[in-house]
Design a protein around this ligand. Structure first.
Ligand code: IMP
Ligand code: MG
Length: 179
């Protein structure tokens, strides 16, 4: 059972630190995409909060669309990626930036890069909120990342445990103390 009494979240990155880092990453992206044809593809569900903060700090023109995929159930990877709802924005000849909550095994990003490349975009880059480098199974390029983390299961700021904890304005490690 998931409820407040059973779990505590040990804060890893507080809200202010996250916002500061996002401002820096957004500024870099704005520089890199000046006079380009940017299409942001946010990967749902996990990136909804990160992407919303990121794009609100961008000062370049961009189209924003969403792709909904699933690869995890509960705390465990199934190793397979399923597209539940595809994005509709034209990506051919455009500069696509995939925005993801976390690069863990890399399976999701590897799949998405392959899928979007087939549409022949002009360029394709990745932007992740968290980079769990030590858990990587697929060698995927990460072009922008806010924070690198260790091999812990993280919740908050869009990241969930079984659908919960996404709304936390900070990220942290989950601690279960009373089943
Ligand atoms: P992948 O293993 O890189 O394919 O990551 C797949 C997805 O698993 C991510 O988009 C996240 O939604 C989810 N995920 C991976 N690690 C964590 C975590 O520590 N907390 C919450 N979700 C995670
Ligand atoms: Mg998830």
């Amino acid at each position: 059972m998931i409820n407040k009494e059973n779990y505590t979240v040990e804060i890893l990155f507080p809200e202010r630190q996250i916002q500061k880092r996002i401002f820096a990453i957004s500024s870099q992206i704005s520089k890199d995409y000046e006079n380009k044809d940017l299409v942001v593809v946010a990967v749902l569900n996990g990136s909804f909060i990160f992407c919303a903060d990121l794009v609100r700090n961008l000062d370049v023109r961009c189209a924003i669309d969403f792709i909904r995929v699933s690869s995890y159930s509960g705390g465990q990877s199934s190793g397979r990626v399923k597209v539940i709802s595809d994005f509709k924005e034209e990506s051919r000849g455009k500069d696509v930036l995939i925005v993801e909550d976390i690069a863990d095994s890399g399976v999701t990003l590897d799949f998405l890069i392959g899928k979007i490349s087939a549409n022949k975009p002009k360029s394709i880059k990745t932007c992740v909120f968290l980079d769990k480098k030590c858990a990587r199974q697929k060698d995927v390029p990460i072009d922008y990342s806010c924070f690198e983390i260790g091999n812990d299961f993280i919740v908050g700021y869009g990241l969930d445990y079984s659908g919960f904890f996404r709304q936390l304005p900070y990220v942290g490690r989950i601690k279960e103390f009373n089943k």
